[in-house]
Design a protein around this ligand. Sequence first.
Ligand code: HEC
Ligand code: HEC
Length: 414
Amino acid sequence: MKFATRAVFSLCLVGGSICSAGADDLRSRTLRNAAITNGLIPAEGTHVSAPEPLIQVGKKLFESRLLSLAEDTACASCHLDKFGSADGLPIAIGTEGEGIGAERVIRGGDIIPRNVLPLWGRGSKGFDVLFWDGKVKQTDSSIHSQFGDEAPSEDPLTVAVHLPPVEIGEMLIDNKSTLELQTETVETANSVYEVLIERVREDPELGVALATAQEVSVAKLEFSHAAEAIAAFIRTNFRVKPTRLHDFVFRDGVLTPQAIKGGLIFYGKGNCVACHNGPYFSDMEFHAIASPQIGFGKNGFGVDYGRFNVTLDVSDRYLFRTPPLYNVAKTAPYMHSGSLPDLEDAIRTHYDPLLFTNPEGMTSLERVDFYDRLKAWSQESISGIVLDDDEITAVLRFLTTLNYESDQPIEVVD
Ligand code: HEC
Ligand code: HEC
């Protein structure tokens, strides 16, 4: 066995970047085993089916501005094909925003302090923690969310779909005439839902299509019927499809030597898999990466306490849900505040947080915040690892093997 291994490596050296078949076999086998051992399953194994009429009306609702109180914002204003189902911006611009991408920044609108999350694999089997801070999370039989005991659905994605239309600034306009809505209680949310679903009932196309798909009369339609349709669309349109990595692991497909090298680092030296594991490359847990914080932050003055905002447990400060990695090459900028435009830098910041921090420009408060984040990061399995530029490039090649396309193009709503 020892002899075989040595022979493999010498052949690989002689062959340079094109290793001999024998060498490739050993590295390929190792990568295949690592992927399977760490939770990769065939794409179809993650799918949850939904009825076609519900998916089709869900797509129309996803693209409709009717679901924002001021009728100016659709889900598709921020979740766009062009940016891998995100918006191409560091932090999102919500109601009163116009246009897409950079144009949206120039024209203004309400700012959301977090980077838009893409939708790949959301609503599929076992994908039960949603948003950067996990504000919707399924545990055993119950769903934790802002709705408390009154969760509008037993499906975490359907509960999540209920939130953007009642999130101030995101789809709910933030001005004097809506001040009474800013109490953010379940009752005020319900009153907004009633206004929104009434519009759907009155819309000649959407009302009938949704009622038919849900097998109720138009008069009996509730907001949760619309949310279920949008969830059906998301879980179908953005479902995981066989990627180059799936073909390689499950069907003897081929990867370039660089991608294989990157994969071996991902599962080996880089220890990325400690957190980015399972069928979606996320452990669905919360970790501290001390990535640079930009913008006002969820907690104001450039601070985002992440998971703490949901649990109010001090040990959860600065933790964020491990992001899944499908199509990650398309969803720049990266991290919870969108502070890093390059994928290489998103990887670098994991083990070298100081690289993107200039202490000279910081106030004492910002420094204290940074020390706290470093403290949390130092407990994580990533601290103490270093990758060189070649290794990072290889990991990048590996990550691009996770690209695929959605089923249907989203109608651009600008
Ligand atoms: C103003 C831009 C904007 C609009 C409009 C918007 N989103 Fe989002 N979406 C975001 C941002 C930002 C996040 C991440 C927020 C967070 O985690 O704190 C997000 C996160 C999500 C998530 C969680 C994904 C995950 O990985 O957990 C889902 C699901 C989602 N949005 C669906 C929708 C739906 C459905 C609509 C329409 C009803 C919608 N969004 C409208 C910006 C937007
Ligand atoms: C200790 C857990 C952990 C490890 C280990 C880890 N990550 Fe992450 N990763 C995270 C978390 C948490 C975030 C989000 C942090 C934030 O937003 O501040 C993240 C963010 C990312 C992002 C940006 C995704 C996006 O949509 O913004 C990429 C890319 C990424 N990780 C790749 C890697 C690679 C490659 C490795 C190995 C070199 C790695 N990660 C190791 C937990 C981890």
